[in-house]
Unconditional design. Structure first.
Length: 280
């Protein structure tokens, strides 16, 4: 009969055997992107050294950075994603707080409307949005994307924050207001710090969504100097010629900021959840 330690060890090995094929299936595309980005063009086209570059080269990265406006697209994506995320999180926090704390006619209907707006597909929005942006002269500007991205970032962020604000005891704010604090001060000093994990979660979601967004950027932007990364990478494909090396190198560089953001923010997210649970 197995001892408890041996039984746990056998169970752990069994779980690893079950997870290994799944992890291989999920991680292999990322491995393929990584390996291909360090191959020469002949290696890719002739399919030599399939699973590892031989020799390892930075030719694709050099060509991408020197022969294409990749850094311009990269900067555009950072600017647009960061500003859109900041706007969306700020207004979503205010809207969620109002819908979760204030009692007014139609609050429940507005909460449902937020969810309905989030569920609307972007293909239904870009035509009327294009007409509006064209009328006010924002087509082919940064403002076109910064103004439209919150239309699908804010509803989700608001919906998530509504649920989180409702878990924060309202007595904490009432106690502060009894002591003379205004509602806005109680929201800023009490509710927001306790909601830090949710704010961080929706900020990460909003930034990632804006970073990868394709449809609106494709429709509203046509100048090469204003393109974001998804549209820029599309322009690398000419006819039926696919520069796989550049595309893989660009995909790797594009994924680095988002991956670094998640890795950096993860510890703060976990810490915030723990602190919030203790305070709650």
């Amino acid at each position: 009969m197995f001892s408890l330690d041996k039984r746990e060890r056998v169970q752990m090995y069994f779980r690893l055997l079950l997870l290994l094929p799944i992890m291989t299936f999920v991680l292999f595309p990322f491995y393929w992107v990584f390996v291909t980005s360090f191959k020469t063009t002949p290696q890719i086209s002739e399919r030599t050294s399939i699973f590892w570059p031989d020799p390892v080269t930075l030719e694709q990265f050099r060509s991408l950075l020197q022969d294409t406006p990749f850094l311009v697209w990269f900067g555009n994506s950072i600017l647009i994603a960061a500003v859109s995320t900041a706007i969306s999180v700020v207004f979503a926090a205010l809207a969620a707080y109002a819908l979760s704390r204030l009692k007014f006619l139609g609050a429940g209907l507005m909460t449902t409307a937020v969810l309905v707006v989030y569920l609307l597909p972007g293909t239904l929005l870009f035509i009327p949005l294009y007409q509006i942006l064209s009328d006010i002269g924002l087509i082919n500007t940064y403002g076109a994307l910064i103004a439209t991205y919150p239309t699908f970032l804010m509803p989700f962020a608001t919906w998530v924050l509504i649920g989180y604000f409702r878990t924060i005891p309202v007595e904490l704010e009432e106690a502060a207001m009894i002591d003379g604090a205004s509602r806005l001060y109680a929201f800023w000093k009490i509710t927001l710090p306790l909601a830090a994990p949710a704010l961080l979660a929706v900020a990460l979601f909003a930034f990632t969504t804006a970073w990868n967004e394709f449809l609106f950027a494709f429709v509203f932007i046509y100048s090469e100097s204003l393109r974001t990364l998804p549209i820029g990478l599309l322009s690398l494909v000419v006819g039926d010629i696919l520069p796989w090396g550049k595309l893989m190198a660009a995909s790797l560089l594009t994924a680095i900021p988002v991956a670094a953001l998640y890795v950096y923010a993860q510890r703060y997210l976990v810490e915030g959840l723990t602190v919030g649970a203790v305070k709650g």
